[in-house]
Structures are given as C-alpha cells and as structure tokens.
Write a new protein. Structure first.
Length: 284
C-alpha cells in the first residue's frame, strides 16, 4: 500500500481521477495535505473531495429517509416487505405493468428513486439490473390492452399489481403500495401517497415496472413501424398523436381512451372512473 508521500507525488489529474471520478476511498490525511500543498490544483482537488464527501453524506441521509416506512415495519416484526408500483397508466397504447420487490433489510442503493425522477434510460436500466441482483425476490405483473378496455385503466392497474405480488417466489408478510390498496390480496398492506418517492421498496418496484414496460414497447416498435413506440413508449406526445391521426390505431392502442376512439371515428364513452381514479390514471 503506497504511503501518503508516494500518493502526493502523483499528478493532480491522476489523483482527481482516482478519488473524485472513480470515488475510491480517500487515505487518511490526504485532504489536509492537499490543502497545505503549494500547487493551486491541489487546493482545488481538496475542495472536490470534500464536496464528494458532502454529497455522499446527503445521499446517505436521503436513502436512510427512503427506508423510514420499512424500518417501522421491521421494528414491528415484519421481515418480508414488498414494494409494489405500476407503470403505463397514462399511455394510449400498450399494457400496464406492475413491479413487486422485496429488498434486504437496510438496503441502500445510490441513486435509487422514483423511476419518473430518473430521466436517463441508461441509469434506470443499470439500477433495475442491480435491484434484481440484490433483492430477495422480484416479479412483474401485466394487464393487457383488452383488459384495460374491459375493466378501465384504474382497475387494470390494480390487477397488474395483484399479479405481480402473486408472482413473487417468496410471499411478503406486508406490502407497501403507491397511493392505493390491492384488492383481493390477503396480505396486510398500506397505500402511501407518492410512495415511489418516499419508500425504497416502492421506488425499486417502480424502476422494475418502468424498465420492463419500456422494453415491451421497444419490441412493439418493430412490430408496428411508423409510430416510434421506442421513443415515446405509447405516451400521448404530440408525435404519437400525429401518428395516430395519420396512420390510425394499431391492435395495441387502448380503444377505451378518448384520443384513440377519436382516431377511429368512434363515439366517446362515458368516463367510469371516480375522481381519485382519474388522478391516479393521469399521473403514471
């Protein structure tokens, strides 16, 4: 192991790459030595390392707060706590997908957050793969377009959630759900408003649901060329609405949705969602 003197003999760019870019453990006394170094670059590097420490402390506190619901349940004696969330309530096309995840106790994954807050698809994918490797169990549930059109989107989302929970290889003893409760589910559960931003388990489930659905929509893109499903994933973007108007609806478009019915020349149908259901459907 190199001595502090040997480390300080290296170039500033090399030290920056090691202790800032790659975030390797900082040897004791290094920052203080850099602050006393005559080189201007050394002073700047010391500031960067301290800023890295500050951000790491803030991220650690954020991740601890993200476990507050789980910690309370662990203290009550629950061990297998599943987070459940869905993706794809608002799109005009494609299924709604739910994820269910049981995380290990005190699990902290850097950058873990509600999938809607993670705008970089690559980062979402990396987090999803890490969660799948680290978690106790995970599963996804699906409600197809035909079920959405039959049940309405709100109840189809609940169906996908129930299927995700039933698909877990080990069943939970408590479930945390984003904003609602899963019907016909005997396991104790709690709905948390904006739970995907407040619970690590729900956030993890939201990432798995989102990345799973995105992959499905990318597959649909090759099956239905011209709609660019790989980019907008079925959401009602201006481009998607233009394609729908010009090309018509595909078999994966939701015929219970007003814009799709309009493109098909069908009469509007009466909205059978309760007000709280409308809010849930518009937000996912």
């Amino acid at each position: 192991m190199p001595t502090l003197e040997e480390i300080l003999a290296r170039s500033i760019p090399e030290l920056k790459d090691r202790y800032v870019e790659r975030e390797r453990p900082v040897p004791k006394g290094l920052v203080e030595s850099l602050e006393n170094d005559a080189r201007q670059g050394a002073h700047h590097l010391a500031k960067l390392i301290r800023e890295r420490w500050r951000k790491n402390r803030a991220e650690g506190q954020r991740l601890h707060n993200l476990l507050r619901f789980e910690i309370d349940l662990w203290e009550q004696g629950f061990n297998m706590i599943a987070g459940v969330d869905e993706a794809g309530m608002a799109p005009l096309a494609g299924p709604v997908i739910a994820g269910a995840v049981i995380l290990p106790k005190n699990y902290k994954l850097k950058r873990l957050n509600d999938s809607k807050q993670i705008l970089d698809e690559t980062v979402r994918g990396e987090l999803a793969e890490q969660i799948k490797r680290d978690c106790i169990v995970w599963a996804v549930g699906c409600a197809e377009v035909e079920e959405i059109d039959t049940l309405n989107i709100y109840h189809a989302g609940l169906l996908a959630m129930r299927r995700a929970v039933e698909g877990l290889a080990s069943q939970p003893d408590f479930i945390l759900v984003d904003a609602r409760r899963i019907p016909h589910c005997p396991t104790p559960q709690r709905g948390i408003i904006k739970g995907d931003t407040l619970s690590a388990s729900i956030a993890a489930a939201s990432i798995i649901a989102k990345t799973t659905r995105d992959a499905i929509m990318i597959e649909f893109d090759s099956m239905h060329p011209g709609y660019n499903f790989k980019t907008h994933k079925g959401y009602p973007t201006p481009e998607h609405c233009r394609c729908l108007k010009e090309l018509g609806a595909t078999p994966i478009h939701r015929r219970s949705f007003a814009r799709v019915r309009q493109a098909l020349g069908l009469d509007p149908i009466q909205d059978n969602l309760f007000p709280e259901e409308q809010a849930d459907a518009a937000g996912a």
